[in-house]
Design a protein around this ligand. Structure first.
Ligand code: PEP
Ligand code: MG
Length: 883
């Protein structure tokens, strides 16, 4: 097999479409080389080597070493420098590069090839001893951390002690001899810790670093990141070995990162940051606050540090042209890393840039207008789940802002919560159901879990491309970074700015769009969904086949759903209407009734209220279908439970507490979810459904009279397992419809259908369809009954299943296509055999989950129905499923 692919000097053995083999970084370095963009020469060791490495118990294929030697020889021919040479040494970087980008998750070693001899050679060749010794100490520190597994902070302490002892403040205060002394101390530390000296042989160094990068694929951080982002372990990582170029060779050198468009807003403007006389990771690490690349961005940020545009105009012009070229080549926004070595520009990486959903929308719509991509491609590019970000609240325009501090607007949206200072605390407090803002000097990959748990993130150091900013944008969480006026005291659990001191647990609000930290809670508003959002949704609507409805019963929810583009109501859970104040009393009277007559009396009180509910719903949804489901839950759910609740209800209703208790006891079930509920209730107490149907039909007549439009009601029967159950209920529905028609003189059209939420119903779907005009999959119950897994209790132990990899997703969130999905497939096929024009939808939670929606498309459902706020997500996901 070919294990090694070379690149550089205007040519490459790989290309951009070889990501699976070369990883993202390697494939794009090859592509840039092929385009003639200046890339330091190097080579990529493939992901297949990673696979072989683990399959062989952490050993390499026998013929790998000669290929690496040949690739090093090619680098020597291009650069004129030789790896390990004692007069003019070639130095290299060693970096990981997986198929999907995993920022900061894996390890990197720079300046590799330096030792006690080559450092002197570097000093001579560069004419700068300080630079050479600074590079050497950086190398030792990184190598010790990544390859030798020693703690970073031990090296930091040596440096801090040295600075303090000699009265230095900044790293730049140290000269060549100082770094020489620090290097000596570093080497002593390593020898003390490991009982052997720091490796001097460049080849030993190189293989050590390669092994460490492959090893880092299985470190805890990488494993967590993969789990959060659904990246398979089997992919493995590639290793990129590349000739070093130095951004730390004095004032005419620099290093930086940039996006070809603004990743936060989507605006078409080059956006990036750099540091003069710095190396690689310094920018992303957030240790020094970086400078803007363009003059426009500098002015906007009112920064007094010069931009790259004015500082290095020639390199800047070339850089702008390359970014533009890359964007047109890849037809997407680019995230690039570059270094300027003594005025000469080098590109170190390019990839498709991560972005907020807001930015993704703007870029997609803009790129269609620019002729860069087609509408289909624009629709494909937006992550449906990410639309959630847009539905995130922002601060109300007229809200009073009590500003505690300001920083960079690193990730949009606003959030309020309690201050916490560690990720552990963030997780613990969030688990107890409270909202937190994670406040850190800066974040690192170790903070991922805390950032996940938090509503928002605030850092006091670092720029727009710092770890906190990048990760928060990816997660769609508000973030303010680099709020430099804040002083954090982790030990005391406080932070202060301008004399105001806040403690752990105090409430703050962050505005990630404005970069502000505000005291207390601030009123928020939901955003306007017009402009780019509306345009993209329209394109999506033109593509999708399935309809999208909403699960809604209150007027407020129905209005929101319609506003979000719902094409009807797929599930109106009537029991929610029973809990309303004013009617729960009548519901309880109905339940406490001893005779049918008493029950009918109580139901008569409910009738006008229920009718008014439906009138309102029909009016809001005029012109669109409304599916009303008859009462589903077991009756004891409506009775008071605790002693004090029973006492309250007893007093309010004038019913003895003992009677309430007796009735609750009589209705008690060991397994209510498999108990006396759904259509089973109707078989015992037909008058309940009769009242509900009367309310539905009378409401349809009333709204039809008023509006002059015909209202078509869809009546849905829950928990059907037998055709006989549906027939039994349907006969009564038809009788009520006939009675209402006779009384009012108006025969409203209606359809009777059923939920499919029991495995038996799916299997006998052909016969059920003879009586049902439509099916709606109740995948919450269908998942529960297929797995034999209680939907109310499963969360207690499903976590362990997810962690242990026994299931890939929570089956109550993402459809289990293999089991539950197979039943659905059967039901669709058999149902349509029973009735060719059977209309079929889904109204379980899965109706708003993009992966589940994709499945619904494949089995040919007519519509999905989900909660109102997920309607836009479902519209987009349904379009992508149809593409
Ligand atoms: C279902 O079971 O999927 C469903 C939609 O009904 P409910 O959640 O009300 O049981
Ligand atoms: Mg159900």
């Amino acid at each position: 097999a070919k294990w090694v692919y070379t690149f550089g000097d205007g040519a490459a053995e790989g290309a951009a479409d070889m990501k699976a083999l070369l990883g993202g970084k390697g494939a794009n370095l090859a592509e840039m080389s092929n385009l003639g963009i200046p890339v330091p020469p190097g080579f990529t060791i493939t992901t297949e080597v990673c696979t072989a490495f683990y399959a062989g118990g952490r050993s390499y294929p026998a013929d790998l070493a000669p290929s690496v030697d040949a690739a090093l020889a090619r680098m020597a021919r291009i650069t004129g420098k030789t790896f390990g040479d004692e007069r003019d040494p070639l130095l290299v970087s060693v970096r990981s590069g997986a198929r999907a980008s995993m920022p900061g998750m894996m390890d990197t070693v720079l300046n590799l090839g330096l030792n006690d001899v080559t450092v002197e050679a570097l000093a001579r060749v560069a004419g700068d001893a300080r630079f050479a010794w600074d590079s050497y100490r950086r190398f030792i520190q990184m190598y010790a951390n990544v390859v030798l597994d020693l703690e970073h902070h031990e090296f930091e302490e040596i440096l801090e002690d040295y600075k303090e002892h000699h009265g230095f403040v900044l790293d730049t205060d140290l000269g060549a001899d100082d770094w020489k002394a620090v290097v000596a101390d570093y080497k002593k530390l390593i020898e003390r810790e490991l009982d052997k000296p720091f490796p001097q042989d460049p080849r030993e160094q190189l293989w050590g670093a390669i092994g460490a990068v492959f090893g880092s694929w299985m470190n805890a951080r990488a494993i967590t990141y993969r789990r959060l982002h659904d990246i398979p372990e089997s992919w493995g990582t590639a290793v990129n070995v590349q000739a070093m170029v130095f951004g730390n060779m004095g004032e005419t050198s620099a290093t930086g990162v940039a996006f070809s468009r603004n990743p936060s807003t989507g605006e078409k403007a080059l956006y990036g940051e750099f540091l003069i006389n710095a190396q690689g990771e310094d920018v992303v690490a957030g240790i020094r606050t970086p400078q803007n690349i363009t003059e426009a961005a500098r002015l906007l940020a009112s920064s007094d540090k010069p931009s790259l545009e004015t500082e290095m105009p020639a390199a800047f012009a070339e850089f702008v042209a390359i970014c533009d070229r890359l964007e047109r080549h890849y037809r997407d926004m680019q995230d690039v890393e570059f270094t300027v070595e003594r005025g000469k520009l080098w590109m170190l990486q390019c990839r498709i840039g991560k972005r907020t959903t807001k930015a993704a929308l703007k870029m997609a719509v803009d790129m269609v207008a620019e002729g860069l991509i087609e509408r289909h491609e624009a629709v494909r590019r937006i992550d449906p789940a990410g639309l959630d970000q847009l539905l995130h609240p922002t601060i109300a325009p007229d809200a009073q802002r009590r500003i505690f501090a300001s920083g960079l607007p690193a990730s949009p949206g606003a959030a309020s919560g309690e201050i916490v200072f560690t990720s552990e605390e963030a997780e613990a407090v969030a688990q107890s159901g409270r909202k937190v803002i994670l406040v850190r000097v800066e974040t690192s990959p170790e903070d991922i879990h805390g950032m996940h748990a938090a509503q928002g993130i605030l850092t006091t150091r670092g720029g727009m491309t710092s770890h906190a900013a990048v990760v928060a944008r990816g997660m769609g969480k508000p973030c303010v970074s680099g709020a430099g006026s804040i002083r954090i005291d982790y030990t005391a659990g406080t932070m202060s700015a301008e004399g105001v001191v806040l403690r752990r647990g105090d409430r703050i609000t962050i505005d990630g769009g404005a970069g502000q930290v505000l005291l207390g809670d601030v009123p928020m508003q939901r955003p306007e969904l017009s402009g780019d959002f509306a345009a993209l949704m329209e394109w999506a609507d033109a593509i999708r086949r399935m309809k999208v409805r909403a699960n809604a019963e209150t007027p407020a929810d129905a209005r929101v759903a319609r506003g979000f583009g719902a094409e009807g109501i797929g599930l109106c859970r009537t029991e929610h209407m029973f809990f309303d104040e004013g009617r729960i009393v009548a519901v309880r009277e109905m339940i406490l009734a001893d005779t049918e007559n008493e029950r009918r009396e109580a139901l008569a009180k409910l009738l006008p209220m229920q009718r008014a509910d439906f009138v309102e719903l029909f009016e809001i949804m005029r012109g669109l279908p409304v599916t009303i489901r008859l009462l589903d839950p077991p009756l004891h759910e409506f009775l008071p439970k605790t002693d004090s609740e029973i006492a309250d209800v007893s007093a309010a209703m004038g019913v003895p507490a003992a009677r309430l208790r007796d009735r609750a006891e009589a209705l008690h079930e060991f397994n209510p979810m498999l108990g006396h509920r759904g259509c089973r209730l109707a078989v015992s107490f037909p008058e309940i459904y009769e009242m509900q149907c009367r309310a539905i039909f009378e409401a349809a007549v009333a709204v039809g009279r008023k509006s002059g439009e015909t209202i078509v009601a869809e009546v849905m029967v829950p928990l059907v397992g037998l055709k006989s159950e549906l027939d039994w209920v349907k006969a009564r529905i038809d009788a009520v419809a006939a009675a209402v028609a006779k009384e009012t003189g108006v025969a409203v059209p209606y359809h009777v259908g059923t939920m499919i939420e029991l495995p038996r119903a799916a299997i006998v779907a052909a016969s059920i369809a003879e009586s049902a005009e439509f099916f709606s999959f109740g995948t919450n119950d269908l998942t529960q009954t297929t797995f034999g897994l209680s939907r109310d209790d499963a969360s207690k132990f499903l976590g362990a299943y997810l962690k242990g990899g026994l299931v890939e997703h929570d089956p109550f969130t993402t459809l289990d296509t293999e089991g539950v999905g197979a039943l659905m497939d059967i039901a669709v096929e058999r149902g349509r055999k029973g009735r060719a024009d059977l209309k079929i939808g889904i109204c379980g939670e899965h109706g708003g989950d993009p992966a589940s929606i994709r499945f619904c498309e494949t089995i040919g459902l007519d519509y999905v129905s989900c909660s109102p706020f997920r309607v836009p997500i479902a519209r987009l996901a349904a379009a992508q499923a149809a593409l």
